[in-house]
Design a protein around this ligand. Structure first.
Ligand code: ADP
Ligand code: ZN
Length: 605
């Protein structure tokens, strides 16, 4: 029987149904149309060109920006029995010759190369001898200087269109913005491309925001309840990546730092150990992530506020590529807002960046579904609330905060708009700190008027006043606070103010802790078998020197543990078990399941 997209999906990848959009994209490619694919990370872009590459005669040339990405994709494909390989500087000339010969002979389905390699004279000559069925440009946003991962080598790729005008070109990216999209089409010379944009929603990633206080303690509690799961902690500075990693190691966790100050070799080793499961937790600056195709990253924590939503969404997108429940936790503090504003002040494109930061704050301050806010930002709308963010699960309590706000505003005015938030809070709380008394601040009328509210709560309320435009911070004058005209109206009693109860935010932290204590990816009934299967997978991966997910994804182990197949036929129906994987590992896993069932029977008899 001739192969169809469905039979290839089943035979090589072990899945029985396509995800939304995949089939359309594959059809477009099979019709030899230029195609632009915009899909979020983990959406399943790779299959879209891999399946046509297997179906069509000839070789698909895949351009990929990083050696680690190429290697990961090729390893996965080979493990599934697909004829795929790459050419790069890690190979000897002899190894390269063998692969080139295969391409010429037509016994290769996919050949991965870097952009530099693709446009080199020698390689273009070589391609003349190969039957090419298509070019797939992965991470295509790298072509655009508008994007965040600009790579000058990508701008040369237009040359393939000149040399091979009749061969279809597929560009794939997870970056949605319009400017980048136009740039990709233009620079690659795509001809009337079919543009396939899938939803950017990642419903399996739960979203929550916590106050940026006592972060280390909260992180430790969090990782304690997510043992043996992979996670990333993004920090703003190199120093904090090291500090957080050290503190976690001192508490017995398997954590390492990663930042641009390390040597390329060190970074590579750390990244590989994370992929292979030797390190559970990476504390990194934003330098980390692009080369990571690891499907089982279960959580991403932002130790600091990111500077915009694009960056944030991309970073949390590294969690849960396998579609299993995953978590994104963001710590939000006043100090970070100030720091980011300082950074932006001293850089170019100030206005744009400030606006983007404000949108990020808007997300962190949300009193409505956070996912809706994210998707709205990407011009998408979600019909119902997501029920998988902290706001949905635990809606905030809003109260009439006019009097509290007036107290703060009045104190700011009486302090002649000359102090920052710390002193303001001390005055409101009636602190007898030396600085307060020596400056005579204890004599003003609002001194002590806010005694009943704790400093962290005051901090939150001031942040809310700032974000709703009642007060202004003079970043160029020692971060002193002043009233805006809206703030003056409130002080004069012309406008009412609603505040989100700070006690509620604290409560949310607690519920968050108790929720995270439960391991969410597997049901309690299946967890013992799941753990045994994980152990088996780990042993196999170690013996074969592969990352565990190349053997089977977590999603596959979960399904095995939950459905407990006892025959080859049942087992082949589990997602992620194609023909090759079944031949290779089927008996071992089946044996483990039978052993488990027998043990259970003995116990219950
Ligand atoms: P992307 O390149 O868009 O980040 P991938 O192609 O790496 O995403 O796919 C993400 C995950 O989804 C992989 O684990 C892949 O095996 C899985 N996947 C892709 N397509 C399907 C499908 N049709 N059914 C089930 N799982 C799929
Ligand atoms: Zn929600």
């Amino acid at each position: 029987m001739p192969h169809t997209p469905h039979s290839v999906l089943q035979k090589y990848f072990g899945y029985s149904t396509f995800r939304p959009m995949q089939e359309d994209i594959i059809t477009s490619i099979l019709e030899k149309k230029d195609t632009l694919v915009l899909m979020p990370t983990g959406g399943g872009k790779s299959l879209c060109f891999q399946i046509p590459a297997i179906l069509k005669p000839g070789v698909c040339i895949v351009v990929s920006p990083l050696i680690s990405l190429m290697k990961d994709q090729v390893d996965s494909l080979q493990a599934n029995g697909v004829e795929a390989n790459y050419l790069n500087s890690t190979q000897t000339p002899d190894e390269q010759d063998v692969i080139e010969a295969k391409a010429i002979k037509g016994t290769l389905d996919l050949l991965y190369v870097s952009p530099e390699k693709l446009v080199s004279q020698g390689f273009l000559h070589f391609l003349d001898r190969v039957q090419i069925n298509m070019f797939a440009i992965d991470e295509a946003h790298c072509i655009s200087s508008w994007g965040h991962d600009f790579r000058p080598e990508y701008t040369q790729l237009g040359r393939i269109r000149e040399q091979f005008p009749d061969i279809p070109c597929i560009a794939l990216t997870a970056t949605a913005d319009k400017m980048t999209r136009q740039d990709i089409i233009m620079q690659l010379g795509l001809v009337q491309p079919k543009i396939c944009i899938s939803s950017f929603d990642r419903p399996n990633i739960s979203l929550s925001v916590l106050p940026g206080r006592g972060k280390l303690a909260t992180i430790k509690e969090f990782v304690a309840s997510h043992s043996e799961q992979s996670g990333i902690i993004y920090c703003l500075s190199r120093k904090s990546t090291e500090k957080v990693a050290l503190s976690l190691r001192n508490s017995g966790y398997n954590a390492e730092s990663y930042h641009a100050g390390m040597s390329a070799k060190q970074r590579e080793t750390t990244q590989q150990r994370f992929i292979f499961g030797g390190i559970d937790i990476i504390c990194a600056t934003v330098a980390f992530g692009m080369g990571i195709d690891k499907p089982d990253v279960r959580w991403v924590i932002h130790h600091n506020l990111p500077k915009n939503i694009e960056a944030y969404y991309q970073e949390i997108g590294r969690a849960g590529r396998d579609g299993l429940p995953s978590k994104a936790v963001l710590f939000y503090s006043f100090a970070d807002v100030m720091l980011l504003r300082d950074i932006i002040e001293s850089s170019g494109q100030k206005d744009v960046q400030m606006t983007k930061l404000e949108r990020m704050q808007h997300y962190a301050d949300a009193v409505t579904c956070r996912r809706k806010i994210l998707l709205t930002y990407f011009n998408e709308s979600l019909a119902a609330n997501c029920n998988n963010c902290d706001v949905c699960k635990n809606p905030p309590h809003v109260f009439d905060g006019t009097i509290i706000t007036q107290k703060a505003l009045s104190a700011i005015a009486r302090l002649k708009e000359s102090v920052g938030s710390q002193i303001l809070i001390d005055v409101l709380r009636g602190s007898s700190r030396h600085e307060i008394i020596s400056r005579g601040y204890h004599t003003i009328k609002t001194y002590g008027a806010g005694k009943d509210i704790t400093p962290p709560y005051w901090e939150q309320y001031i942040l809310q006043m700032l974000n709703t435009g009642l007060i202004h911070i003079a970043y160029d004058r020692g971060r002193t606070l002043s009233l805006t005209s809206l703030g003056r109206d409130v002080l004069l009693g012309k406008t009412q103010v609603s505040l989100v109860d700070a006690a509620h935010v604290a409560e949310r932290t607690k519920t968050h802790r108790s929720r995270s204590a439960r391991n969410t990816i597997i049901s309690p009934q299946a967890s013992q078998l799941f753990d045994e299967l994980r152990k088996l997978r780990k042993d196999i991966a170690q013996e074969e020197n592969k990352p565990a997910y190349i053997v089977f994804h977590d999603a596959t182990l979960k399904e095995l543990a939950e459905t407990q197949p006892t025959s080859a036929e049942q087992m082949m129906r589990v997602g992620g078990i194609g023909q090759k994987k079944f031949e290779q590992y089927g008996a071992l896993f089946l044996g483990k399941i039978l052993e488990y069932l027998e043990k259970k029977e003995v116990v219950s008899v």
